[in-house]
Write a protein that binds this ligand. Structure first.
Ligand SMILES: NC(=O)c1ccc[n+]([C@@H]2O[C@H](COP(=O)([O-])OP(=O)(O)OC[C@H]3O[C@@H](n4cnc5c(N)ncnc54)[C@H](O)[C@@H]3O)[C@@H](O)[C@H]2O)c1
Ligand SMILES: O=C(O)C(=O)C[C@]1(C(=O)O)C=C[C@@H](O)C=C1
Length: 303
């Protein structure tokens, strides 16, 4: 592939940033990928693993060197990093395009406006790859993480269309499918499909771990428990940040779920076999349909 830009900078070189760096280096989207972070060890490790070409701990340097800055830090840190970057871009003759990979978009939309005196910066494109794992850190990064997965961009009216196209092209180069959504819709959909399942997995494991019979429970648990709870091994800082940043949408999703769980509890308590069967049948049909969608996207094996 012909180089689209010279330098992409990854701010926060962990699973998501490292995987993006690996994919961009593999496809030749840019001449070089550089890392920026607050801690030298993970950046040095990224260099050793061949994930990045170079790194710096100096934010002004990374801004000067990059054509695209991709913020890949935990969600709440991303808002702080954005607030440090945006004022530094004002007045630059050739400011880099800024984007991010954080799991919640509404808080970053607000942070961007606040950092620019109330108006949204045209060169900041909000994004979110819908791919990941319960593992974190640059050692877990993979060049094919985004292949056949969706990346949601939530462009706003103020965005510069060239900046949106550049960010779209960057993700397309990783093998992802890029779709657009509104900020609020993104946060509501992700609360239901990603944030709620993580909260449920953490809650289930925590509840069982705290029970008197926890040792026996975990010794007897098998595939069902493993499949339902894999994501409870995810990074607690990442998920604390997401729950804080997407509070309103997550509470709506928890309430909707609690209502359904309450109905199912009632069916179990009253021996309502038809009610239970109807719920399980509807859910199985919906889950089977989802498995078909994943298989069509080439994600069947991960199911
Ligand atoms: N893990 C997933 O499945 C997944 C999927 C999609 C999006 N995301 C989002 O992507 C982002 C990164 O997630 P991850 O799984 O790669 O996490 P990670 O822990 O693997 O990587 C985060 C990186 O950010 C760095 N960092 C932390 N504070 C920093 C700071 N102040 N300045 C600069 N760097 C800092 C860390 O050192 C680390 O290298 C998060 O916002 C997360 O919500 C995660
Ligand atoms: O596969 C996993 O382990 C993930 O948790 C990935 C996952 C998800 O919920 O699907 C997690 C957070 C993201 O923001 C996007 C993707």
């Amino acid at each position: 592939m012909a180089e689209r830009v010279d330098t992409v900078a990854i701010l926060g070189l962990g699973l998501i940033g490292g995987s993006l760096a690996r994919a961009l280096r593999a496809t030749g989207f840019c001449r070089q990928v550089i890392g920026y972070g607050h801690r030298e060890p993970s950046l040095r490790r990224g260099l050793e693993l061949g994930v990045i070409d170079d790194f710096t701990l100096d934010l002004d340097k990374v801004i000067r060197r990059a054509d695209i800055l991709v913020i890949c830090t935990p969600t709440l840190v991303a808002a702080d990093v954005l607030a440090s970057i945006l004022p530094r871009l004002q007045g630059l003759a050739q400011a880099p395009v800024v984007t991010d990979a954080a799991s919640v978009k509404g808080n970053l939309y607000q942070a961007a406006r606040e950092a620019c005196g109330g108006s949204f910066p045209p060169g900041f494109v909000l994004g979110h790859p819908i791919a990941g794992s319960e593992r974190s850190g640059v050692d877990a990064s993979r060049a094919d993480l985004y292949k056949n997965h969706r990346v949601i961009l939530t462009p706003v009216a103020e965005n510069d269309s060239d900046a949106v196209t550049l960010v779209r092209d960057m993700w397309l180069a990783t093998g992802a499918e890029v779709v657009a959504m509104e900020v609020a819709q993104h946060d509501a959909v992700l609360a239901a499909t990603s944030h709620l399942p993580h909260v449920l997995a953490y809650a289930l494991v925590d509840a069982l771990a705290q029970s008197d019979a926890s040792e026996e429970i975990f010794r007897c648990a098998a595939g069902g428990f493993r499949d339902f709870t894999r994501i409870a091994s995810s990074d607690p800082v990442m998920w604390r940040d997401i729950a804080i940043a997407n509070k309103t949408a997550l509470l709506d999703a928890i309430d909707l779920f609690s209502e359904h769980l309450g109905r199912l509890r009632e069916a179990v308590a009253t021996g309502d076999a038809d009610g239970m069967h109807a719920t399980f049948t509807r859910a199985k049909a919906a889950r089977d349909e989802f498995a078909t969608i994943l298989a069509e996207r080439g994600q069947g094996k991960q199911d």
